[in-house]
Design a protein around this ligand. Structure first.
Ligand SMILES: [Zn+2]
Length: 334
């Protein structure tokens, strides 16, 4: 109990909001969608798993995670039916307590324009800005913010960029099959850039087995978010098997699917460009998920001169009192 009280006291969502950069979110999206050239002057035309640029996107994501101090980044190759080799990118921010199951934040970096008549996956563009460059930009920014958080977390935070989502959740299915231990909670961001009708409503779906996780996200959003965040029981949709959360559900692991609804007209077409994305909406989603992941990862108490954490409530952390009672109320065994 005492350890958790110290953890809750170190949580400061206002600092997280200040740390998230809309400029970095947009810069990542511009490179992923081919608007901006990469450092070698080339541009990503498509992130379809049947297009040769999927390898460029994979290298780009590996490099982007590797540029963040404190992360351990690996490739997770897997088989699929297309012509190009593919891999998930897994980046871990190690927690202080290896006995705690990891918190997972994930999105998919492959794309498609399969709803365009005559679209050729091997050659034609598929910018996939909303779906799901938005989610990839968000998890990268969350990784930057959490990796720079001092003094870190008790629980490992695992960031996963899946490939081959658009051809049947192949990357996430392979990832879950490869897991050697259950995860604590997985949050799938797909897609999170479009703001239908400027409504500022963010939907997510949950499985009834993990209603507590849904309640916790809604409660945190009420405290810190500019968005109206509403969970929908996947039973109301006849089951939500539309994204990378689904293999986690099938394996009995808690996950939420966070994604805008209804989908924009540009969905799965060559028109899914930055024009479909509301940068402020994406920023708000990123802040919320960063705060939720940080909360669940159990921030370690700030170290004080002389090694005592007993004075954690200093002038810089007075805002923690806003969130501490909520965190206390939501505490449950991992
Ligand atoms: Zn998607």
């Amino acid at each position: 109990m005492l350890l958790f009280l110290a953890s809750a006291l170190a949580l400061d969502p206002t600092a997280i909001r200040d740390a998230v950069s809309e400029d970095r979110l947009l810069a990542d999206m511009r490179e992923l969608t081919g608007v901006d050239p990469l450092s070698d002057g080339t541009r990503i035309v498509s992130r379809s798993v049947s297009h040769p640029d999927i390898a460029v996107a994979e290298d780009w994501l590996f490099a982007a995670f590797s540029a963040i101090d404190g992360l351990t980044v690996t490739r997770e190759p897997f088989a699929h039916s297309g012509p190009e080799p593919v891999a998930n990118i897994v980046a871990e921010l190690p927690g202080a307590d290896p006995a705690l199951a990891p918190m997972v934040v994930m999105a998919h970096y492959d794309s498609t324009a399969s709803l365009d008549e005559g679209w050729q996956a091997t050659t034609d563009p598929a910018p996939g800005a909303d779906d799901d460059a938005s989610g990839i930009a968000a998890i990268l920014e969350i990784a930057r913010v959490l990796a720079s958080w001092e003094p870190g977390f008790a629980r490992t935070v695992r960031f996963v960029g899946f490939s081959a989502e658009e051809v049947g959740l192949v990357g996430s299915t392979a990832h879950v099959a490869n897991l050697d231990a259950p995860v604590h909670l997985a949050l799938a961001l797909d897609p999170v850039g479009h703001n239908p009708g400027d409504s500022d409503i963010l939907w997510f779906s949950y499985d009834g087995r993990w209603v507590d996780e849904a309640d916790a996200l809604e409660a945190l959003a009420e405290e810190i978010s500019e968005l109206s965040v509403t969970g929908v029981d996947e039973e109301l949709f006849g089951g939500d098997a539309r994204s990378d959360h689904y293999p986690f559900w099938q394996a009995g692991m808690p996950a939420l699917h966070i994604g805008t609804f209804p989908l924009p007209p540009s969905y799965h077409t060559v028109e899914d460009t930055l024009a479909a994305v509301d940068p402020t909406f994406l920023f708000e989603v990123t802040v919320l998920v960063a705060a939720r992941a940080a909360e669940e990862a159990e921030p370690l108490p700030e170290e004080q001169p002389g090694g005592c954490a007993c004075d954690a409530v200093g002038p810089a952390s007075w805002l923690v009192w806003v969130i501490a009672p909520l965190a206390w109320r939501r505490r449950r065994p991992s």
